[in-house]
Design a protein around this ligand. Structure first.
Ligand code: SF4
Length: 456
């Protein structure tokens, strides 16, 4: 498996795309800043949201059981799944129980995490993702590159080509409105023939047994209203105690994600339609183990707004597919090592540790500190290449001693000025492959300060 750096290198080979990707996400970040600045109590909301999540994580057992009791009272059927396998089996057995073959699904990172689509397709079930971005990547056979805007890495010309080959639209079509209209026509037929609708869950409310799904396209509602059977899939961490808590999270989710005041549709599902059936599957898949890890449990507070991706300079310049984990960006880099530190050991290093992710997080997850902490664990477990490990040790010694620091600084400044380029920029200098060092200064800051300090 290629690591993050190698995949990022591939993405960066197309510099135009990398620039455009970077700028598009930065526009989202700016929209977010504008929307957030319109809410004077934003920081109070962040505190409150973080406290509610903290409280929920400490009382998860009680709230989940309360949720189950209330949901069953409302007429829903509640199921529990310990891991991805039992989740996939459960979904299939529900679908099979109704002898259904056609499923429409709205966006759900949990079903991505569990590999639900390939599992159902192997059993002969047609699963159609109905979120436009999700449908695009499904037609391309790709995973999402961003948790909120899954096809953000694609240009409309590429989508035009895809629709031409898969949906029969005219060749060369690159008009966003016409492409959307073609997708709408295509999806309408799928909605009308669906027997089961699957949705993810943004929030669930313990006191009422309600699940809440936020979309901009209304595709979750369309699926649920038309198909006789609805299945809602939620991770155990999605629970909130009271309906009034929703007011805080709904205000924050879309603002922080895309800069909208609220998602176009915020749907509350509480009971089955007349003559229909409603199933809710509560999924653990490693979360309860994660909960017991005091250093990293805070990452379970995540509401999947995607803001930490939009602001991350590394994510913006490397693209979501460089991250080898279903959730990309900074939050994916702190979640993935919990599942396998060996497999995802490169991801905590895919960060500048600038802290911007932590600053924008609506539930105040200390993302950059967790990244740093993972790096230390990975280093201690000797999971990084030996050359890097010794490099870090060597750098640590130099940075810890002013004598060594001054000595090496002086020599490096001399080398940068006098050595030929080919000695400095070569195959082993990976850092220098895409970057130029600035000209070496004549003196250090320390020297400059001493001189100016004495003068003044
Ligand atoms: S970690 Fe925070 S900023 Fe990142 S997606 Fe989750 S809630 Fe949003």
């Amino acid at each position: 498996m290629m690591n993050h750096a190698a995949k990022a290198g591939k993405f960066l080979a197309d510099l135009k795309r990398a620039d455009w990707h970077d700028q598009t996400l930065w526009i989202m970040r700016k929209k977010r800043d504008k929307a957030v600045s319109c809410v004077p109590e934003w920081e109070e909301l962040r505190d409150k949201a973080s406290q509610i999540k903290e409280h929920v994580l400490s009382n998860l057992d009680a709230y989940l059981l309360q949720f189950e009791v209330e949901a069953v009272k409302n007429g829903a059927q509640v199921h529990w799944a310990f891991d991805s396998e039992s989740f996939n089996q459960k979904v299939y057995s529900i679908i099979n129980g109704y002898q259904a073959q056609k499923v429409v699904k709205s966006k759900s990172m949990l079903t991505e995490e569990c590999g639900l689509n390939p599992y159902l397709e192997d059993k002969g079930i047609e699963v159609v993702d109905t979120d436009l971005g999700e449908r695009i990547i499904q037609l391309r056979g790709e995973p999402p590159s961003h948790m909120v805007v899954p096809a953000i890495h694609l240009k409309k010309e590429e989508i035009g080509e895809l629709f031409h080959s898969k949906l029969g639209t005219e060749k060369g079509l690159a008009d966003a409105q016409k492409l959307t209209s073609a997708a709408r026509q295509h999806l309408r037929k799928k909605f009308l023939s669906a027997e089961v609708a699957i949705t993810g869950v943004n929030f669930s409310v313990a006191e009422t047994g309600t699940v809440v799904v936020c979309t901009n396209e209304g595709n979750a509602d369309m699926g649920v209203q038309i198909a006789p059977v609805q299945i809602h899939c939620m991770g155990i961490e999605k629970i909130l105690p009271r309906v009034e808590d929703l007011g805080i999270f709904i205000q924050m989710l879309a603002r922080n994600a895309t800069g909208q005041p609220i998602t176009t549709y915020t749907s509350h599902y509480q009971k089955p339609k007349p003559g229909g059936a409603m199933h809710i599957i509560i999924v653990d898949n490693g979360r309860s183990e994660h909960l017991g890890n005091s250093k990293y449990r805070d990452s379970l507070k995540c509401i999947r707004c995607g803001a930490c991706l939009n602001t991350c300079p590394v994510y913006r310049r490397s693209g979501g597919h460089s991250y080898n984990y279903v959730i990309s960006g900074p939050v994916g880099s702190i979640l993935s090592p919990i599942y396998s530190i060996n497999k995802y050991k490169d991801l905590p290093f895919a960060s500048s540790l600038c802290g911007s992710c932590t600053n924008v997080c609506p539930v105040k997850i200390n993302i950059h500190q967790q990244l740093y902490s993972w790096r230390q664990e990975i280093f201690e477990k000797r999971l990084i290449p030996t050359s890097k490990r010794y490099g870090f040790k060597f750098a640590g010694k130099i940075l810890a001693s002013s004598r060594y620091y001054n000595f090496f600084g002086k020599n490096i400044r001399w080398a940068l000025k006098h050595l030929p380029r080919k000695v400095l920029y070569h195959r082993i200098n990976i850092w220098g492959r895409c970057r130029e060092l600035p000209p070496a200064p004549d003196k250090t800051f320390n020297q400059w300060y001493q001189e100016n300090y004495k003068r003044n």
